[in-house]
Ligand binder design. Structure first.
Ligand SMILES: C=CCOC(=O)Nc1nc2cc3[nH]c(NC)nc3cc2c(=O)[nH]1
Length: 372
Protein backbone atom coordinates (compact mmCIF):
# COMPACT_ATOMS: atom_id res chain seq x y z
CA UNK A 1 0.00 0.00 0.00
CA UNK A 2 1.60 3.27 -1.07
CA UNK A 3 0.53 6.93 -0.99
CA UNK A 4 -2.01 8.61 1.26
CA UNK A 5 -4.31 6.14 3.02
CA UNK A 6 -7.34 8.47 2.98
CA UNK A 7 -8.75 9.76 -0.30
CA UNK A 8 -11.28 12.60 -0.27
CA UNK A 9 -13.49 11.61 -3.22
CA UNK A 10 -16.17 14.32 -3.07
CA UNK A 11 -17.54 17.10 -0.90
CA UNK A 12 -21.01 18.64 -0.77
CA UNK A 13 -20.85 21.72 1.43
CA UNK A 14 -19.04 20.57 4.56
CA UNK A 15 -20.09 16.92 4.10
CA UNK A 16 -17.31 14.61 2.81
CA UNK A 17 -17.23 11.38 0.84
CA UNK A 18 -13.96 9.49 1.26
CA UNK A 19 -12.15 6.15 1.25
CA UNK A 20 -9.78 4.90 3.98
CA UNK A 21 -7.31 2.18 2.95
CA UNK A 22 -6.09 -0.18 5.68
CA UNK A 23 -4.04 -3.36 5.93
CA UNK A 24 -7.28 -5.40 6.01
CA UNK A 25 -9.27 -3.56 3.34
CA UNK A 26 -10.88 -0.23 2.49
CA UNK A 27 -13.63 1.70 4.27
CA UNK A 28 -16.07 3.89 2.29
CA UNK A 29 -16.85 7.01 4.32
CA UNK A 30 -18.99 8.36 5.87
CA UNK A 31 -18.98 5.00 7.66
CA UNK A 32 -20.57 3.53 10.76
CA UNK A 33 -18.62 0.94 12.80
CA UNK A 34 -20.67 -1.65 14.70
CA UNK A 35 -19.28 -2.05 18.22
CA UNK A 36 -17.61 -5.38 18.99
CA UNK A 37 -16.60 -4.61 22.58
CA UNK A 38 -15.15 -7.97 23.64
CA UNK A 39 -14.29 -9.25 20.15
CA UNK A 40 -17.91 -9.86 19.21
CA UNK A 41 -20.64 -7.64 17.78
CA UNK A 42 -23.17 -8.92 20.29
CA UNK A 43 -25.66 -11.51 18.96
CA UNK A 44 -24.22 -11.39 15.40
CA UNK A 45 -21.77 -13.65 13.59
CA UNK A 46 -19.10 -11.94 11.43
CA UNK A 47 -21.00 -13.12 8.33
CA UNK A 48 -24.17 -11.38 9.59
CA UNK A 49 -22.19 -8.19 10.28
CA UNK A 50 -20.62 -8.33 6.81
CA UNK A 51 -24.06 -8.87 5.23
CA UNK A 52 -25.19 -5.48 6.58
CA UNK A 53 -22.50 -3.76 4.50
CA UNK A 54 -20.36 -2.83 7.51
CA UNK A 55 -16.68 -2.69 6.53
CA UNK A 56 -14.91 -1.83 9.80
CA UNK A 57 -15.79 -2.89 13.34
CA UNK A 58 -14.65 -1.56 16.70
CA UNK A 59 -13.20 -3.50 19.63
CA UNK A 60 -12.19 -2.29 23.08
CA UNK A 61 -8.63 -2.24 24.38
CA UNK A 62 -9.76 -2.14 28.03
CA UNK A 63 -12.07 -5.15 27.82
CA UNK A 64 -9.65 -7.31 25.80
CA UNK A 65 -6.60 -6.52 27.95
CA UNK A 66 -8.55 -7.88 30.94
CA UNK A 67 -10.10 -10.85 29.16
CA UNK A 68 -8.59 -12.83 27.43
CA UNK A 69 -5.52 -10.47 27.40
CA UNK A 70 -3.77 -9.00 24.40
CA UNK A 71 -0.92 -11.52 24.72
CA UNK A 72 -3.28 -14.50 24.37
CA UNK A 73 -4.97 -12.96 21.30
CA UNK A 74 -1.52 -12.35 19.79
CA UNK A 75 -0.51 -15.98 20.46
CA UNK A 76 -3.67 -17.02 18.60
CA UNK A 77 -2.82 -14.91 15.55
CA UNK A 78 -4.37 -11.55 16.33
CA UNK A 79 -7.87 -10.18 16.67
CA UNK A 80 -8.95 -10.72 13.03
CA UNK A 81 -8.35 -14.47 13.19
CA UNK A 82 -9.53 -14.72 16.81
CA UNK A 83 -12.98 -13.23 16.08
CA UNK A 84 -13.27 -14.29 12.44
CA UNK A 85 -13.48 -10.75 11.04
CA UNK A 86 -11.08 -10.25 8.12
CA UNK A 87 -11.96 -6.60 7.46
CA UNK A 88 -10.55 -3.48 9.16
CA UNK A 89 -10.73 -3.22 12.97
CA UNK A 90 -10.41 -0.05 15.09
CA UNK A 91 -9.61 -0.45 18.78
CA UNK A 92 -10.60 2.31 21.22
CA UNK A 93 -10.28 2.41 24.97
CA UNK A 94 -13.78 1.10 25.62
CA UNK A 95 -13.10 1.61 29.27
CA UNK A 96 -13.40 5.38 29.15
CA UNK A 97 -16.39 5.08 31.49
CA UNK A 98 -14.28 2.93 33.83
CA UNK A 99 -11.46 5.48 33.51
CA UNK A 100 -13.78 8.20 34.73
CA UNK A 101 -15.08 6.21 37.71
CA UNK A 102 -12.76 7.77 40.32
CA UNK A 103 -13.14 4.93 42.79
CA UNK A 104 -11.67 2.55 40.26
CA UNK A 105 -8.68 4.48 39.10
CA UNK A 106 -5.88 6.95 39.69
CA UNK A 107 -4.40 9.09 36.95
CA UNK A 108 -0.93 10.61 36.96
CA UNK A 109 1.60 11.64 34.34
CA UNK A 110 2.68 8.03 33.89
CA UNK A 111 -0.78 6.80 32.96
CA UNK A 112 -3.93 5.29 34.46
CA UNK A 113 -3.88 2.76 37.31
CA UNK A 114 -7.15 0.92 37.87
CA UNK A 115 -8.73 -2.19 39.28
CA UNK A 116 -10.37 -4.63 36.91
CA UNK A 117 -14.17 -4.54 37.20
CA UNK A 118 -13.98 -8.30 36.61
CA UNK A 119 -11.84 -9.50 39.51
CA UNK A 120 -10.45 -6.37 41.17
CA UNK A 121 -6.92 -7.08 39.93
CA UNK A 122 -4.72 -3.99 39.53
CA UNK A 123 -3.69 -2.80 36.07
CA UNK A 124 -1.76 0.14 34.65
CA UNK A 125 -2.44 1.60 31.23
CA UNK A 126 0.29 3.93 29.99
CA UNK A 127 0.51 5.46 26.51
CA UNK A 128 3.27 2.95 25.71
CA UNK A 129 1.27 -0.03 27.05
CA UNK A 130 -1.82 1.12 25.12
CA UNK A 131 0.22 1.08 21.91
CA UNK A 132 1.66 -2.35 22.73
CA UNK A 133 -1.80 -3.81 23.42
CA UNK A 134 -3.25 -2.51 20.16
CA UNK A 135 -0.18 -3.78 18.29
CA UNK A 136 -0.67 -7.25 19.81
CA UNK A 137 -4.34 -7.14 18.75
CA UNK A 138 -3.17 -6.17 15.22
CA UNK A 139 -5.63 -3.26 15.08
CA UNK A 140 -5.77 -1.48 11.72
CA UNK A 141 -6.62 1.78 13.50
CA UNK A 142 -5.06 2.41 16.92
CA UNK A 143 -6.40 5.15 19.20
CA UNK A 144 -4.09 7.19 21.42
CA UNK A 145 -4.58 6.87 25.17
CA UNK A 146 -6.32 9.96 26.46
CA UNK A 147 -8.10 11.16 29.54
CA UNK A 148 -11.79 11.57 28.79
CA UNK A 149 -13.38 13.65 31.55
CA UNK A 150 -17.02 12.90 32.32
CA UNK A 151 -19.34 15.83 31.64
CA UNK A 152 -19.99 18.17 33.44
CA UNK A 153 -16.57 18.92 34.90
CA UNK A 154 -14.66 21.89 36.34
CA UNK A 155 -13.03 23.95 33.53
CA UNK A 156 -9.62 23.54 35.16
CA UNK A 157 -10.02 19.76 35.27
CA UNK A 158 -11.03 19.70 31.60
CA UNK A 159 -8.03 21.85 30.64
CA UNK A 160 -5.60 19.76 32.68
CA UNK A 161 -6.96 16.48 31.23
CA UNK A 162 -6.75 17.84 27.68
CA UNK A 163 -3.12 19.02 28.14
CA UNK A 164 -2.10 15.71 29.74
CA UNK A 165 -3.79 13.89 26.85
CA UNK A 166 -1.64 15.93 24.43
CA UNK A 167 1.53 14.88 26.28
CA UNK A 168 0.29 11.26 26.16
CA UNK A 169 -0.52 11.61 22.45
CA UNK A 170 3.11 12.55 21.76
CA UNK A 171 4.27 9.48 23.71
CA UNK A 172 1.82 7.32 21.73
CA UNK A 173 3.14 8.67 18.43
CA UNK A 174 6.66 7.83 19.62
CA UNK A 175 5.73 4.31 20.75
CA UNK A 176 3.47 3.43 17.78
CA UNK A 177 5.06 1.05 15.27
CA UNK A 178 4.31 2.64 11.88
CA UNK A 179 3.56 0.06 9.16
CA UNK A 180 1.79 0.48 5.78
CA UNK A 181 -1.97 0.16 6.25
CA UNK A 182 -1.84 0.68 10.01
CA UNK A 183 -2.98 4.04 11.38
CA UNK A 184 -2.73 6.00 14.62
CA UNK A 185 -5.54 8.46 15.39
CA UNK A 186 -5.27 11.35 17.84
CA UNK A 187 -8.27 12.29 20.01
CA UNK A 188 -9.37 15.92 20.45
CA UNK A 189 -10.52 16.66 23.98
CA UNK A 190 -11.45 19.91 25.75
CA UNK A 191 -15.07 19.43 26.84
CA UNK A 192 -17.49 22.02 25.42
CA UNK A 193 -14.96 24.89 25.59
CA UNK A 194 -14.12 26.10 22.06
CA UNK A 195 -10.72 27.48 23.13
CA UNK A 196 -9.69 24.20 24.76
CA UNK A 197 -10.91 22.23 21.73
CA UNK A 198 -8.88 24.53 19.46
CA UNK A 199 -5.78 24.11 21.65
CA UNK A 200 -6.20 20.32 21.55
CA UNK A 201 -6.67 20.22 17.75
CA UNK A 202 -3.60 22.42 17.19
CA UNK A 203 -1.52 20.33 19.58
CA UNK A 204 -2.48 17.08 17.83
CA UNK A 205 -1.81 18.53 14.36
CA UNK A 206 1.67 19.60 15.53
CA UNK A 207 2.40 15.98 16.46
CA UNK A 208 0.80 14.64 13.27
CA UNK A 209 -1.68 11.73 13.09
CA UNK A 210 -3.25 9.54 10.40
CA UNK A 211 -6.72 10.55 11.57
CA UNK A 212 -8.34 12.71 14.21
CA UNK A 213 -11.13 11.68 16.59
CA UNK A 214 -13.41 14.02 18.53
CA UNK A 215 -13.72 12.47 21.97
CA UNK A 216 -15.47 13.24 25.21
CA UNK A 217 -18.75 14.24 23.58
CA UNK A 218 -21.02 11.26 23.39
CA UNK A 219 -22.13 11.04 26.98
CA UNK A 220 -24.23 13.74 28.58
CA UNK A 221 -23.53 16.91 26.61
CA UNK A 222 -26.67 16.76 24.44
CA UNK A 223 -26.98 17.09 20.65
CA UNK A 224 -26.98 20.91 20.45
CA UNK A 225 -23.76 21.26 22.48
CA UNK A 226 -22.20 18.38 20.53
CA UNK A 227 -23.00 20.08 17.21
CA UNK A 228 -21.63 23.38 18.55
CA UNK A 229 -18.34 21.66 19.41
CA UNK A 230 -18.22 20.07 15.94
CA UNK A 231 -18.87 23.45 14.27
CA UNK A 232 -15.75 24.75 16.01
CA UNK A 233 -13.54 21.64 15.96
CA UNK A 234 -14.00 19.95 12.55
CA UNK A 235 -12.73 22.96 10.52
CA UNK A 236 -9.54 22.93 12.65
CA UNK A 237 -8.73 19.35 11.61
CA UNK A 238 -6.79 18.64 8.39
CA UNK A 239 -9.13 17.97 5.46
CA UNK A 240 -6.80 15.26 4.14
CA UNK A 241 -7.24 12.92 7.13
CA UNK A 242 -10.36 11.13 8.42
CA UNK A 243 -12.40 12.60 11.28
CA UNK A 244 -13.99 10.17 13.77
CA UNK A 245 -16.73 11.13 16.25
CA UNK A 246 -16.42 8.61 19.09
CA UNK A 247 -19.46 6.86 20.51
CA UNK A 248 -22.06 8.62 18.35
CA UNK A 249 -24.95 8.08 17.94
CA UNK A 250 -28.66 8.12 17.04
CA UNK A 251 -29.52 8.37 13.30
CA UNK A 252 -30.17 12.14 13.53
CA UNK A 253 -26.83 12.58 15.33
CA UNK A 254 -25.09 10.87 12.40
CA UNK A 255 -26.81 13.01 9.75
CA UNK A 256 -26.03 16.26 11.62
CA UNK A 257 -22.41 15.23 12.21
CA UNK A 258 -21.83 14.24 8.55
CA UNK A 259 -23.22 17.68 7.64
CA UNK A 260 -20.47 19.10 9.90
CA UNK A 261 -17.61 17.20 8.27
CA UNK A 262 -17.38 13.92 10.22
CA UNK A 263 -16.35 10.72 8.38
CA UNK A 264 -16.43 7.86 10.94
CA UNK A 265 -18.78 6.81 13.74
CA UNK A 266 -19.26 4.03 16.27
CA UNK A 267 -22.12 3.47 18.69
CA UNK A 268 -23.70 0.66 20.70
CA UNK A 269 -27.24 1.97 20.04
CA UNK A 270 -28.21 -0.30 17.10
CA UNK A 271 -27.06 -3.50 18.85
CA UNK A 272 -27.92 -2.55 22.45
CA UNK A 273 -31.43 -1.34 21.50
CA UNK A 274 -31.94 -4.46 19.34
CA UNK A 275 -31.45 -6.59 22.44
CA UNK A 276 -34.19 -4.63 24.22
CA UNK A 277 -36.72 -5.16 21.40
CA UNK A 278 -36.29 -1.82 19.61
CA UNK A 279 -36.13 -1.59 15.80
CA UNK A 280 -35.17 1.45 13.76
CA UNK A 281 -37.35 2.26 10.76
CA UNK A 282 -38.08 5.13 8.43
CA UNK A 283 -41.20 5.75 10.49
CA UNK A 284 -39.00 6.24 13.54
CA UNK A 285 -38.14 3.77 16.32
CA UNK A 286 -40.50 0.83 16.93
CA UNK A 287 -40.69 -1.18 20.14
CA UNK A 288 -41.62 -4.68 19.10
CA UNK A 289 -42.85 -5.50 22.61
CA UNK A 290 -45.80 -3.21 21.92
CA UNK A 291 -49.10 -5.08 21.38
CA UNK A 292 -49.81 -3.03 18.25
CA UNK A 293 -47.33 -5.32 16.40
CA UNK A 294 -48.90 -8.59 17.58
CA UNK A 295 -50.69 -9.30 14.29
CA UNK A 296 -48.82 -7.07 11.86
CA UNK A 297 -47.77 -9.30 8.94
CA UNK A 298 -45.45 -6.69 7.41
CA UNK A 299 -41.65 -7.02 7.58
CA UNK A 300 -39.68 -4.29 9.30
CA UNK A 301 -38.42 -2.65 6.09
CA UNK A 302 -38.45 -4.42 2.71
CA UNK A 303 -36.17 -1.75 1.23
CA UNK A 304 -33.25 -2.95 3.35
CA UNK A 305 -31.44 -5.99 1.83
CA UNK A 306 -31.09 -7.84 5.15
CA UNK A 307 -33.06 -11.05 5.93
CA UNK A 308 -33.97 -9.64 9.37
CA UNK A 309 -35.50 -6.56 7.70
CA UNK A 310 -37.25 -8.42 4.90
CA UNK A 311 -38.06 -12.03 5.71
CA UNK A 312 -39.82 -11.90 9.08
CA UNK A 313 -43.12 -10.32 10.10
CA UNK A 314 -43.40 -7.77 12.88
CA UNK A 315 -45.86 -10.20 14.46
CA UNK A 316 -43.17 -12.88 14.63
CA UNK A 317 -40.59 -10.42 15.99
CA UNK A 318 -43.17 -9.28 18.58
CA UNK A 319 -43.59 -12.94 19.61
CA UNK A 320 -39.80 -13.49 19.87
CA UNK A 321 -39.34 -10.36 21.98
CA UNK A 322 -42.31 -11.09 24.25
CA UNK A 323 -41.03 -14.65 24.87
CA UNK A 324 -37.47 -13.37 25.29
CA UNK A 325 -36.20 -15.72 22.57
CA UNK A 326 -32.50 -15.36 21.66
CA UNK A 327 -33.47 -15.08 17.97
CA UNK A 328 -35.32 -11.87 18.80
CA UNK A 329 -32.12 -10.18 19.95
CA UNK A 330 -30.26 -11.56 16.93
CA UNK A 331 -32.76 -10.43 14.29
CA UNK A 332 -33.35 -6.95 15.75
CA UNK A 333 -29.61 -6.34 16.22
CA UNK A 334 -29.04 -7.51 12.65
CA UNK A 335 -31.79 -5.26 11.25
CA UNK A 336 -30.65 -2.22 13.27
CA UNK A 337 -27.05 -2.50 12.08
CA UNK A 338 -28.33 -2.96 8.50
CA UNK A 339 -30.55 0.13 8.97
CA UNK A 340 -27.51 2.16 10.08
CA UNK A 341 -25.47 0.87 7.12
CA UNK A 342 -28.29 1.78 4.72
CA UNK A 343 -28.38 5.29 6.21
CA UNK A 344 -24.62 5.66 5.66
CA UNK A 345 -24.88 4.31 2.09
CA UNK A 346 -27.70 6.79 1.37
CA UNK A 347 -25.54 9.66 2.73
CA UNK A 348 -22.51 8.56 0.66
CA UNK A 349 -24.67 8.52 -2.49
CA UNK A 350 -26.23 11.90 -1.67
CA UNK A 351 -22.81 13.55 -1.18
CA UNK A 352 -21.51 12.02 -4.44
CA UNK A 353 -24.58 13.37 -6.27
CA UNK A 354 -24.35 16.83 -4.69
CA UNK A 355 -27.81 16.48 -3.14
CA UNK A 356 -26.92 16.11 0.56
CA UNK A 357 -29.06 19.13 1.55
CA UNK A 358 -32.11 17.54 -0.09
CA UNK A 359 -31.28 14.28 1.73
CA UNK A 360 -31.17 16.12 5.09
CA UNK A 361 -34.48 17.91 4.42
CA UNK A 362 -36.17 14.62 3.52
CA UNK A 363 -34.64 12.85 6.54
CA UNK A 364 -35.76 15.59 8.94
CA UNK A 365 -39.24 15.78 7.41
CA UNK A 366 -39.78 12.04 7.90
CA UNK A 367 -38.41 12.21 11.42
CA UNK A 368 -40.36 15.27 12.56
CA UNK A 369 -43.56 13.73 11.20
CA UNK A 370 -42.83 10.53 13.13
CA UNK A 371 -41.78 12.10 16.38
CA UNK A 372 -45.31 13.33 17.11
C1 LIG B 1 -6.40 2.64 24.42
C2 LIG B 1 -7.14 3.72 24.64
C3 LIG B 1 -7.73 4.51 23.55
O1 LIG B 1 -8.38 5.64 24.15
C4 LIG B 1 -9.66 5.96 23.73
O2 LIG B 1 -10.25 5.30 22.91
N1 LIG B 1 -10.17 7.09 24.31
C5 LIG B 1 -11.47 7.51 24.23
N2 LIG B 1 -12.44 6.63 23.94
C6 LIG B 1 -13.74 7.08 23.91
C7 LIG B 1 -14.75 6.15 23.65
C8 LIG B 1 -16.07 6.58 23.67
N3 LIG B 1 -17.21 5.88 23.51
C9 LIG B 1 -18.19 6.77 23.71
N4 LIG B 1 -19.49 6.33 23.71
C10 LIG B 1 -20.53 6.93 24.44
N5 LIG B 1 -17.75 8.02 23.93
C11 LIG B 1 -16.39 7.93 23.92
C12 LIG B 1 -15.39 8.87 24.14
C13 LIG B 1 -14.05 8.43 24.15
C14 LIG B 1 -12.98 9.34 24.43
O3 LIG B 1 -13.18 10.55 24.65
N6 LIG B 1 -11.70 8.84 24.47
Amino acid sequence: MTGPSFALLATDGVARRGRLATAHGTVETPAFMPVGTAATVKALTPAMVAATGAQMVLANTYHLMLRPSAERIARLGGLHRFMGWDGPILTDSGGFQVMSLASLRTINETGVQFRSHVDGARYELTPERAMEIQYLLDADVTMVLDECVAHPAEPDAVAEAMRRSLRWAARCREAFRARPGYHLFGIVQGGIDPALRAESAAGLRAIGFDGYAVGGLAVGVGQAAMFDVLDVTAPLLPAAQPRYLMGVGKPDDLVGAVARGIDLFDCVIPTRSGRTGQAFSREGALNLRNACHAEDPRPLDESIPCPASRDFSRAYLHHLVRTNEILGAMLLSWHNVAYYQQLMADMRAAIEAGRFDAFCDDFNRRRSGDDQ
